[in-house]
Design a binder for this molecule. Structure first.
Ligand code: AMP
Ligand code: TRP
Length: 346
């Protein structure tokens, strides 16, 4: 299937408390995608809040509804504009679940079993008492492939941890097209050069994560400025003094992470930052990064408060988004059913 005009698609989980890694690795790119999509040339950016992915681990139904609103408000506060992109909730558009089932026929069980996220999450769950590992968690990447392929997306902006899932999405599209004829588009992942993997402030060998690590290693988009400064002041570094990136021998991951964060927030290069902090020590540097991040996130937090206070308006935005999404996905589903010899719905 030859790709049409540029079409950007990404999904984000409704965990409400989005962290700096999500913001820098993904959300920042969503806004850039919206800004750079040329509507006149038929280009479009589509963003989905994936409530159906969230039900693959233990959760509370009422809370899920609230978290979808939290995440919608964060995305809008970050700069997504429903007039210029499609923003919707996955569960509102039935084509995702339908395509997920159909794609199950061209997804290798062995590929799913090799996914790092599956292996890590499964292990995390199995360590808890009363552990329940759902079949949905295993199938998670098929639904993700359906999300992307239902829109014939050409680009998928994500953080580094989603690289493997997008590679599998391409494999699924490839296998489908080989078996049933050219129908789906193989998308490219778009992973930022800087900030694709923000590390935990207390454990700079692990990525900042919603589920792993403690509160003090994770900076939330909605944290108060003082809380942000405090987390950066107590960030784990190393026994050195120079604000410099380390070599391949490692040992400087904490400082490297802070340099990377400051690069993104300031729009500067790492050399510039190293020069600025020459001879100034880690304490000074950590305070500067904390101040910069607090200033960077403050406007988002303020806009969030306003948007989140009107759930009716958030629902209207999601409903309009779902209608646009459905109009794009429905003809793709018709093509998929037809190619597979599955009856059209009636
Ligand atoms: P999630 O909250 O798991 O739906 O993730 C949303 C997006 O944030 C995905 O594109 C992830 O790849 C990205 N992401 C998650 N954690 C990080 C991190 N520590 N650094 C950079 N990007 C991240
Ligand atoms: N699995 C992704 C994450 O945890 C979220 C996601 C679901 C997604 N569907 C997607 C990302 C489609 C990109 C495209 O971050």
């Amino acid at each position: 299937m030859s790709a049409g005009p540029r079409r950007i698609f990404s999904g984000i989980q409704p965990t409400g408390r989005k962290h700096l890694g999500n913001y820098i690795g993904a959300i920042r790119q969503y806004v850039e995608g919206q800004e750079s999509a040329d509507a006149g040339a038929g280009e479009l950016a589509i963003y989905c809040i994936v409530d159906l992915h969230a039900i693959t681990v233990a959760y509370d139904p009422e809370e899920l509804r609230e978290r979808v609103h939290d995440t919608t408000a964060i995305l809008l506060a970050a700069g997504l504009d429903p007039e210029r992109c499609v923003l919707f909730r996955q569960g509102d558009v039935r084509q995702h679940t339908e395509l997920c089932w159909l794609l199950g026929g061209v997804t290798a069980w062995g590929d799913l079993n090799r996914m790092t996220q599956w292996k890590v999450k499964r292990e995390q769950i199995e360590q808890q008492t009363g552990a329940f590992v759902s079949a949905g968690l295993f199938n998670y990447p098929v639904l993700q492939a359906a999300d992307v392929l239902a829109y014939r997306a050409t680009e998928v902006p994500v953080g580094d941890d989603q690289r493997q899932h997008i590679e599998l999405t391409r494999e699924i599209a490839r296998r489908f097209n080989e078996r049933f004829g050219p129908t789906l588009v193989e998308p490219e992942h778009v992973i930022p050069g800087v900030g694709a993997r923000i590390m935990d402030l207390q454990d700079p060998m692990s990525k900042m994560s919603t589920t792993a690590g403690g509160e003090s290693g994770r900076v939330y988009v909605l944290d108060e400025p003082d809380a942000i400064r405090k987390k950066f002041r107590s960030a784990v570094t190393d026994s050195g003094r120079e604000v410099r990136r380390g070599g391949p021998e490692g040992g400087k991951e904490g400082i490297e992470n802070l340099i990377e964060i400051l690069c993104v927030v300031r729009g500067a290069g790492p050399e510039e930052i190293e020069t600025e902090f020459e001879g100034r020590g880690y304490g000074d540097f950590k305070s500067a990064v904390g101040d910069a991040v607090a200033d960077f996130l403050a406007p988002v937090r303020e806009r969030y408060a306003e948007l989140r206070s009107d759930p009716g308006e958030l629902e209207r935005t999601l409903a309009a988004g779902a209608e646009s999404a459905r109009a794009i996905a429905e003809p793709v589903l018709a093509d998929v059913r037809d190619a597979m010899g599955v009856a059209a719905p009636r």
